[in-house]
Design a protein around this ligand. Structure first.
Ligand code: GDP
Ligand code: MG
Length: 201
């Protein structure tokens, strides 16, 4: 089973930007208008050497009444059903909003590991937002800038043990097989140096 990470949070915090960075392609639409992502989408992430599945979740329209919150939750719920872990994203520059707290309260009730990321931390304007994020009760938040690529190493270190634990280890070679492999590699390298392969065909 592939480890699956769901990126969760209110609209406009930068979920799709982070999703694109993890996938290494611009698959999700990034827009200033909250609610551009209408549905959740998933893709294979190649994040440094980590391979996992990542889900970008929707944000919904401008007015955040109960109905909209309900709709967001339904979509997010569906995404979470397919995930092993939730990455809650908040915006460090705006600080916490009631909707961030709403998501946090709701996530706390899910039976799933949750990690917290504070986005838009490329400038000092986000410092207060980082401290405030502790209030959500998910431990130390990871400050990142999805747009600029800051904090990706910390995010990697956060994810690595979880992804590793969910990924079966590669088959270990015994001593004889290891020697065989090294011999084969040595021959291959030697061949390269002698220019073997050039005349073949
Ligand atoms: P989503 O609604 O949570 O998916 O957010 P988007 O990824 O669509 O981003 C919303 C807005 O925030 C866009 O204008 C992005 O360019 C901007 N944004 C995303 N990440 C960052 C960041 O690290 N720093 C800053 N300053 N802006 C960002
Ligand atoms: Mg989005």
């Amino acid at each position: 089973m592939t480890f699956t990470l769901a990126i969760i949070g209110r609209p406009n915090v930068g979920k799709s930007t982070l999703f694109n960075r993890m996938v290494g392609k611009k698959l999700a639409l990034v827009h200033d208008t909250p609610g551009l992502t209408r549905d959740w989408r998933d893709a294979d992430a190649n994040f440094f050497d980590l391979k996992f599945r990542v889900i970008d979740t929707a944000g919904l329209e401008e007015s955040f009444d109960q109905t909209i919150q309900g709709r967001m939750r339904t979509q997010t719920e569906r995404a979470l059903m397919h995930a092993d872990m939730a990455l809650l994203v908040v915006d460090g520059r705006t600080g916490l909003t009631p909707m961030d707290r709403h998501f946090a309260d709701w996530l706390r009730r899910q039976k799933m590991p949750v990690r917290l990321v504070v986005n838009k931390c490329e400038s000092e304007a986000a410092n207060a937002g980082i401290y405030e994020a502790f209030e959500l009760g998910f431990g130390e938040p990871i400050p990142v800038s999805a747009e600029h690529g800051d904090g990706m190493h910390d995010l990697y270190n956060l994810l690595k043990p979880l992804v590793d634990a969910a990924t079966p280890p590669p088959v270990a070679l015994n001593e004889a097989e290891q020697e065989e492999l090294e011999r084969a590699l040595a021959m291959y390298n030697e061949g390269d140096e002698k220019g073997f392969g050039d005349e073949e065909e």
